[in-house]
Every structure is written in structure tokens, then in C-alpha cells.
Write a protein that binds this ligand. Structure first.
Ligand SMILES: [Zn+2]
Length: 366
């Protein structure tokens, strides 16, 4: 069966939901018809004119990039800069452009997991878990329908906690109501007070699944009026957020760690702050620009923060408490291509998922 562009983007967003992108970001389908059939996918870190040309030449009509080519509103398309030219070339040749950026950074199976694997970290957890992504649903179900309704709610994304699925808490009690004559009650009749054995069920869910959950609840609950509460939670979501922290199997001297980093991440150079006397065991990481996580890394007891895009004055903030290792933005994220290919290969086999050969790093080293 033909695979449409929306099949690919829906699948990618089931792994890295767009709701998890940062407010400044612009992940998602940026150019193209979601209903078009996919002829091939070209995977790249950045989308440039050369990458779009490569897609045209290789018969791929979908470019999956980490960084969005468009961040801000564009007001004209005259080809006066590389963003406009890239978009114009894509539209002229029916090439769809898709970006999966900070949503892929922020999921625990994303960019940072890839870096952690390269460095050899275990015991991984999110460095700055998001506090605003979970909600709680409480609903009341007549006993005979409890299993069916809960199964539908779990199917729609409720009750997943870490490696446990179908989590709920249930307590049995009595629901009361009195239908009016305009009502069409599943149980009872007009003007008569009813007392029904009901199960009160509660479960946690990711806030962005709320629409799916309520649709499943209304479809499967037998009552004309379904009673439920939704409550926002301040719980941190351990599976969503910025950066990651993990441990090396054995502590290692800082210089040896940095040398090892150069080879595992394939670096020409890295920039770092003063070597501290303590061996490295706890390592904080963040693909791309991660200087905003320095205090989180220090608080979490990291011996080193491996990230990119530190400015001169920000290096001072290491302040003898941690080593900052700035390995370069492109270098920290280039393996994201491998991650995207691995994910796409699990699901789609009828067309090519290939790496772009274009080196998009705008920085050269002399
Ligand atoms: Zn980046």
C-alpha cells in the first residue's frame, strides 16, 4: 500500500510528539502535501538548497531534517536568502520538507540517548524533566462497562508510567442521578432518583493526548452524559525534558575522558574549561545549544557537561564546580541522522531512507 507523507510524519510524532517542542521551535511539516505518496526519504541534520537538490537527484520527495529551515514568518519569496531559495526549490519540485527538532531533543528516546550511547553512559535520566506535560483523568463508569471503557482509555494513551502500561486506580461506590423527561438515560427513568454501582477510575496521561482520550471516553462510556474531571498535574515527566545525565561504568581522569570524547563523537576539536582534580563519572549531555542547562547539571552532581554553543562569558560559570566540554553544535547532533534512519527503518521498507551526503556544517576548522 502506498505510504503517504502524513503516515511518516504521524509515525515520527508518535515517538516525538510535536507538543513537546519548545515555544520558539517550528517542528512539523513545513512544505508539501501531507497526502502525497512518499517516493523516498532523505535524512539530514539541516535542510539547505544543496540538500533539496540532492533529494531531487536521488528521487526522494521527503526531506526529514532535525533543524527546521523556517523558524520565523517569511513575507516574500524572491530568492534573496538561502531560506527563501530552499523553500522555492522544494515547492518547484514537489519536495516536502519536514523538521523534527526540539521534540526529538526532549524525548528520552531522542537525540541525547544517541549521544549517551556513543559516550557509553548508563542509568540515564532526563536532566531537566518537564513539569507541564501530565494530566489526570477521573471518571465514573457503571460496573459492567468498566473494563471496556478503561481498555479504550489505555488504548488512547492513558495510564502509561515509565515501563508500566494500563495503570489505573479504581474504587467502587455509588453514583446517583435523576434524569429529566428530555433525557435518554442508559439506566433509569425520568424523575426517579437512581443509585448505581459505579467504579471511580483515575489515570495519568500526557496532556497532548487529551482530545483522543475524551473521544475514546465518549465513544465507549454508555451514559448520555459522562461524568469526568481532568486535572493538570505539576508532576515532572521523567520521559520528557531537556538534557540527560548518566554514568560511566568506571570513573576516568578528565583528560582521558575528553580524549575519548573526541574519538567517540568524531571531533576535530573541543573547547573545555579548567580540568578539575576529580575523576569523571557522572556525565550530563545535551545535543545542540545546552548552556542553559549548566545549573541543572551542577545540581545533579555532574562532573562534566557535554554540549555546544557556549559563549565566552558563560564558560566562567563552570566556576570550579564542573567541566564544560563544548563539542560543537553540528558534531553533537550529526548522529541524529542515524537515530532517524533507525526509527524509520522499523516501520517503512517500501522506499529508500537514505542519509544526505551533503555536509551542512556551516563552520570550517583551520
Ligand atoms: Zn541543533
Amino acid at each position: 500500500m502506498a505510504v503517504k507523507i502524513k503516515d511518516v510524519t504521524n509515525y515520527l510524532e508518535s515517538i516525538a510528539p510535536r507538543a513537546y517542542q519548545e515555544s520558539y521551535d517550528n517542528s512539523g511539516l513545513l512544505v508539501g502535501d501531507a497526502q502525497a505518496e512518499v517516493t523516498g526519504i532523505l535524512i539530514t541534520l539541516d535542510c539547505t538548497e544543496a540538500v533539496v537538490q540532492e533529494a531531487i537527484d536521488s528521487g526522494c520527495n521527503l526531506v526529514v531534517a532535525h533543524h527546521p529551515i523556517v523558524f520565523k514568518g517569511l513575507k516574500k519569496f524572491t530568492g534573496s536568502n538561502y531560506v527563501e531559495r530552499t523553500i522555492m526549490l522544494a515547492i518547484r519540485h514537489d519536495i516536502a520538507l519536514y523538521a523534527i527538532h526540539t521534540n526529538l531533543d526532549n524525548v528520552h528516546t531522542g537525540v541525547n540517548r544517541m549521544i549517551a550511547g556513543k559516550i557509553g553512559l548508563t542509568g540515564l535520566r532526563i536532566l531537566a524533566p518537564r513539569p507541564d506535560t501530565l494530566q489526570k483523568l477521573v471518571t465514573f463508569i457503571p460496573e459492567a462497562d468498566t473494563e471496556k471503557v478503561l481498555a479504550a482509555l489505555h488504548e488512547a494513551g492513558a495510564g502509561q508510567i515509565g515501563e508500566y502500561k494500563n495503570c489505573s486506580f479504581r474504587v467502587d461506590g455509588t453514583g446517583t442521578f435523576q434524569p429529566t423527561e428530555a433525557a435518554n438515560p442508559h439506566i433509569g427513568q425520568a424523575h426517579r432518583q437512581e443509585y448505581v454501582r459505579e467504579t471511580r477510575a483515575e489515570m495519568i496521561f500526557p496532556a497532548h493526548r487529551r482530545g483522543d482520550l475524551l473521544a475514546a471516553l465518549r465513544k465507549n462510556h454508555p451514559y448520555e452524559e459522562v461524568a469526568y474531571y481532568i486535572t493538570p498535574l505539576v508532576n515532572e515527566n521523567q520521559e520528557v525534558g531537556a538534557g540527560m545525565i548518566g554514568e560511566l561504568a568506571t570513573p576516568i581522569e578528565p583528560l582521558a575522558f575528553l580524549q575519548g570524547l573526541k574519538s567517540s563523537m568524531n571531533l576535530k576539536m573541543l573547547r573545555h574549561t579548567a580540568i578539575l582534580p576529580k575523576n569523571i563519572q557522572k556525565v550530563a549531555i545535551c545535543g545542540g545549544a545546552g548552556s542553559f542547562l549548566l545549573q541543572d547539571a551542577i545540581r545533579a552532581g555532574a562532573d562534566v557537561l557535554v554540549t555546544a554553543d557556549f559563549k565566552y562569558h558563560e564558560f566562567f560559570d563552570a566556576d570550579g564546580r564542573i567541566i564544560i566540554a563544548d563539542i560543537g553544535h553540528y558534531e553533537s547532533e550529526v548522529f541524529t541522522k542515524e537515530l532517524l534512519q533507525e526509527v524509520l527503518m522499523k516501520k517503512f521498507h517500501t522506499f529508500a531512507n537514505i542519509f544526505s551526503k551533503t555536509v551542512t556544517n556551516p563552520i570550517s576548522y583551520l
